[in-house]
Design a protein around this ligand. Structure first.
Ligand SMILES: *[C@@H]1O[C@H](CO)[C@@H](O)[C@H](O)[C@H]1NC(C)=O
Ligand SMILES: *[C@@H]1O[C@H](CO)[C@@H](O)[C@H](O)[C@H]1NC(C)=O
Ligand SMILES: *[C@@H]1O[C@H](CO)[C@@H](O)[C@H](O)[C@H]1NC(C)=O
Length: 629
């Protein structure tokens, strides 16, 4: 008998050990419970898709050393499902590896699963192909056509993340549904409860769900979802107790959480770099922690919107976000601790134990002397060998062409006698268009500057080329059904231009490899100047490569590629970003050659010489002078 009792005690102990790994909300005592004990988190945002995977460990480790006990990331649907039913969990999108990295470092994870994320990403993380299926699809609502694709995606995603839930032995303590949904004004209760139920069923009720909304009473009310923890966003200088009171009106008890405490802010091309003072941040952060609240610092490490990842906003006008997502965050774009890092660490240390060990230091950087770049192909040369032109009586959008990002060359030959001059009108241009007659630049149309017409001189039988740039789909608010290119009739004088040839410009790795090939060099040069590709090679001096920054002084606007990796858009003439972050992992050691390619749209700083140059420098410039400075 005694033996039996002993045996059952052992069994019970084992069960309680298994049960003890549990993360829940204690609504009565206004806190989280981790393994049955009161818990609050101090977390920081880092987006795996904005940081080279080789650096995930380094960045999360540095966040831990700042005193954080959790990290927060969005999940970017568009990157994981680039075409319907095609899934990507590799490289920058290896979410399981990212979660495992956090777990190995003993950091908890707050997962913001979308479907919409904003995050200053193209279309707020929604896949572009939704617009191909239906340009007017009712995103972020319980609309059958939209929900079908959301459910498909989540049936893939949720099964991938389930093993990483805290209750299942992993790092994920909470999962956010939607994102600042209260700011939409849509307030579709069926949509909100559908997402909640879908997550609960697929994750078997094993994780705490939450919503995040802006710090107004109306946003919190619209975003609030039954049986889901309500949290709020606000930055430095906010009236903390007043805002937490707004939350209390929606949710009488439960842990208070600021899911986005802003230590900096986002940038737009042509507007001064956002900077937020550490003193105010420390003051507000301290107030939040004195409320016994949990908090997430957005961004703790912003990273980079490599490639065409950056989105745009619709303020008074269309405003595209730059490549750098430095955010004036505690860890810089290159992952270096800033004075803000140490100020925030000290503030956090008054509430949570700081881990022992040496504090992170800035990583060494390298510079590379000027590299000669030679023009290797005009945009027309490149288009003629690298594409599948589509002919149609009217212009087609990027989405209809299944060409999500970058550039499309629209061409039409005038088949009537136009007036002299004639006004070319491209209504709804998205987003920026270079207009050429016989391959000579006539001017630039711009959504940002609301320029949709241009007088041109053109004769019957001559060709008008319009090179259209997608500057990033709108990522916030009611403008997210943001198709790109030209999708309305284009008029010359009072007549429509009919018969269009659309040539998507592919800028993927495989297409770029051909840039230096003889096919292009043997092509007849149509134009001496931009838009064109400029290419150069160089060998590093040392075996070890370090992070560096591509300095684009003298160049105007375009896209840069290092060893066929798209470093992102550059536009130093309007700033504030002047340099592009080039992480060490992209470089090849000597004696191998490295290749740099620029697609320059407007002006290369070498009109009268054979070669242009570009160089890599040790210090970034993301706060350059802008037209509105
Ligand atoms: C563009 O795509 C949409 C959705 O597939 C389709 O309805 C429309 O007809 C397409 N337009 C053209 C001109 O092909
Ligand atoms: C914060 O808001 C409350 C009202 O909710 C007000 O009483 C208090 O004075 C405000 N504090 C500051 C510093 O403005
Ligand atoms: C924070 O928690 C402590 C300890 O439980 C409690 O004494 C204090 O009143 C709480 N403060 C607030 C603002 O809730």
């Amino acid at each position: 008998m005694a033996q039996n009792i002993f045996a059952s005690v052992i069994v019970l102990t084992c069960i309680s050990m298994v049960l003890s790994r549990k993360f829940t909300v204690d609504y009565e005592n206004n806190c989280f419970l981790k393994d049955g004990k009161p818990f609050r988190y101090v977390s920081g945002s880092i987006h795996y898709f904005r940081v080279p995977p080789e650096f995930w460990h380094d960045r999360i480790y540095k966040m831990k050393m700042a005193g954080l006990n959790a990290i927060q990331t969005y999940v970017e649907w568009s990157g994981h499902e680039p075409e319907p039913g095609t899934y990507n969990f590799d490289g920058y999108y290896d979410l399981p590896k990212f979660l495992k990295t956090a777990h190995d470092l003993d950091m908890l994870v707050i997962l913001r699963a979308g479907p919409f994320i904003d995050a200053e990403r193209d279309m707020g993380g929604l896949p572009y192909w939704l617009l191909r299926i239906d340009p007017n699809m009712k995103f972020r609502s319980y609309d059958a056509s939209y929900i079908k694709y959301v459910d498909n995606w989540y049936s893939i995603l949720l099964q991938r993340i389930e093993p990483y839930l805290y209750n299942n032995g992993g790092p994920i303590i909470t999962v956010q549904i939607e994102n600042e949904y209260g700011s939409t004004g849509i307030c579709d209760a069926q949509y909100k409860s559908h997402l909640r139920d879908f997550f609960n069923v697929h994750l078997k009720g094993q994780v705490v769900l939450f919503t995040t909304d802006g710090s107004s009473q109306s946003a919190l009310m619209c975003g609030k979802t039954d049986q889901v923890l309500s949290t709020v966003d606000f930055g430095s200088g906010a009236n903390v107790s007043e805002i937490f009171n707004y939350v209390r009106w929606q949710q009488a008890s439960g842990p208070l959480v600021n899911s986005e405490f802003y230590p900096g802010w986002l940038d737009h091309w042509g507007a001064p770099h956002a900077e937020v003072d550490s003193k105010g941040i420390v003051k507000t952060l301290t107030e939040i922690l004195m409320h016994n609240a949990s908090v997430n610092v957005y961004m703790f490490h912003g990273g980079t919107s490599f490639g065409f990842g950056a989105g745009s906003n619709l303020g008074d006008t269309f405003q595209a976000c730059p490549t750098s997502y430095d955010y004036d965050a505690p860890l810089s774009e290159a992952g270096d601790p800033t004075p803000k890092y140490f100020a925030m660490r000290e503030a956090i240390g008054k509430f949570l134990p700081l881990p022992p060990g040496p504090l992170p230091e800035p990583a060494p950087k390298m510079s590379i002397p000027p590299i000669a770049l030679k023009k290797v192909a005009s945009i027309w040369d490149y288009a003629s060998v690298n594409n599948n032109p589509v002919v149609s009586p009217f212009p087609l959008s990027f989405e209809n062409l299944s060409h999500p990002y970058g550039f499309v060359l629209y061409s039409s030959t005038v088949d009537f006698i136009p007036s002299d001059p004639a006004v070319l009108t491209v209504k709804g241009i998205a987003d920026r268009a270079y207009v050429y007659v016989k391959k000579v630049l006539q001017g630039i149309l711009s959504r940002e500057h609301k320029i949709e017409t241009i007088p041109i001189k053109v004769l019957q039988g001559e060709t008008i080329d319009i090179l259209v740039e997608n500057e990033g789909r709108v990522c916030f608010g009611n403008g997210i059904n943001d198709r790109k290119g030209i999708f309305q009739n284009v008029t010359l004088g009072s007549k429509n231009l009919r018969k269009w040839t659309m040539t998507p410009i592919p800028l993927d790795e495989a297409s770029l490899r051909e840039i230096n090939s003889n096919i292009l060099l043997n092509k007849k040069e149509y134009s001496l100047h931009a838009p064109a590709f400029y290419s150069g090679e160089f060998v590093l001096q040392n075996k070890t490569s370090y992070d560096t920054f591509l300095h684009l002084q003298g160049w105007h606007k375009g896209v840069a590629f290092l060893n066929n990796f798209n470093l992102g858009r550059y536009w130093p003439i309007v700033g504030p970003q002047v340099t592009l972050y080039a992480p060490s992992v992209l470089f090849k050691p000597p004696p191998e050659k490295n290749k740099i390619v620029l697609l320059e749209l407007e002006h290369a700083p070498c009109s009268n010489q054979k070669y242009c140059t570009v160089e890599f420098v040790q210090n970034p410039t993301v706060n350059g002078t802008t037209p509105t400075s």
